[in-house]
Design a protein around this ligand. Structure first.
Ligand SMILES: NC(=O)c1ccc[n+]([C@@H]2O[C@H](COP(=O)([O-])OP(=O)(O)OC[C@H]3O[C@@H](n4cnc5c(N)ncnc54)[C@H](O)[C@@H]3O)[C@@H](O)[C@H]2O)c1
Length: 303
């Protein structure tokens, strides 16, 4: 056992399986007392079971760690509150929350139903809000704490997961808002975009060139929760971790601007925009063309 998180209390959602489980195990191994939340659902979000969270707690305890299970659905306000209240009741404080819980309901946009859109956005985006909302009130009063959201490279857009990509983009904006709104209270907020072998990534219809294990992701999360990251004042950042690779994403910013003389009209814009402001080519579109070419040549597309 290390002591990167000695004395800290950390709550992890989606902590019964995959990346969340590895995060919870690593936090406990580094000395944190851990609230393990998992609704225990299928990849699509059905058939909830409390056994998944309880099994992860037993594993942590067997390894000599301290943890308590909460089997609530993070997409409810009561669920988010219960995760935070459990930390306070059992361990008396809350130093970090890590919102990993997620589901997938894949469908092309033109066929996507409300039942495919709503639960995906509710689990990822609202499920990060419910926990951040309850945790940030505690952390503001404590004058310290770390919020961590989970996004995906797919926040750039996705062919058949508009629901998931929209939620993941929203999580980045939520994390940046938390970083801004809580800065003066000593609370940091960051986002992780992982690529790791789990039941969820096994669903991807392409060969992933850069992929690692949930334990790689857990190491980054432990660091972001630690005083070492807080001392560096790391906040409002998005990090990809994929096996041996760690990357930081750019902050969104204006690329080029132009100014009108007098009021804009559609015609003035048509004459002005293409040659001056122009466009910013979409990397995902280029990747899509390369994948279509590979598929046409009978190869398995990679990304
Ligand atoms: N695996 C990857 O390569 C990858 C890539 C990009 C993003 N992500 C993101 O990382 C996170 C973890 O993914 P994973 O691959 O470990 O998935 P996973 O399916 O292995 O684990 C997700 C866990 O979340 C739980 N969960 C689902 N809905 C919940 C709810 N409403 N309340 C509480 N718990 C709930 C599930 O029961 C499950 O145990 C997700 O947010 C996912 O979108 C993963």
């Amino acid at each position: 056992m290390g002591n990167f998180l000695a004395g800290k209390v950390v709550a992890v959602t989606g902590a019964g399986r995959g990346i969340g489980r590895a995060v919870a195990m690593a936090c406990a191994a580094e000395g944190a007392q851990v609230v393990v939340n998992d609704y225990g659902v299928s990849i699509e979000g059905g058939e909830p079971s409390s056994e998944v969270a309880e099994a992860a707690v037993k594993e942590i305890e067997a390894a000599g760690g301290t943890a308590v299970a909460v089997a609530d659905d993070v997409s409810t306000m009561a669920g988010g509150q219960r995760i935070v209240d459990t930390a306070l009741q059992h361990y008396g404080r809350l130093d970090g929350v890590v919102c990993v819980a997620g589901i997938l309901r894949e469908r092309m946009l033109f066929n996507m139903t409300e039942e495919e859109w709503d639960p995906v956005v509710a689990t990822h985006l609202k499920g990060t809000f419910t926990v951040f909302r309850a945790a940030s009130a505690v952390m503001r009063a404590q004058r310290s704490g770390t919020l961590i959201g989970f996004t995906s490279g797919n926040h750039q857009g996705s062919v058949a997961q508009a629901n998931y990509a929209s939620a993941k983009g929203g999580i980045i904006s939520l994390v940046r808002s938390a970083a801004l709104g809580l800065h003066k209270y000593g609370v940091t907020a960051n986002c992780v975009a992982p690529v790791a072998r789990t039941r969820m990534s096994a669903n991807v219809p392409m060969e992933l060139k850069e992929i690692g294990e949930p334990e790689d992701v857990a190491a980054l999360v432990v660091y972001l929760l630690s005083d070492r990251a807080r001392d560096e004042k790391i906040t409002g950042q998005v990090y990809t971790i994929a096996g041996p690779k760690i990357a930081v994403w750019a902050q969104p910013r204006e690329l080029r601007a132009g100014y009108a003389e007098g009021a804009w009209t559609p015609e003035k814009i048509a004459d002005f925009l293409p040659g001056t402001v122009g466009t910013d080519p979409m990397p995902m579109l280029a990747q899509l063309d390369a994948m279509a070419k590979a598929a046409a040549e009978g190869q398995r597309p990679n990304a």
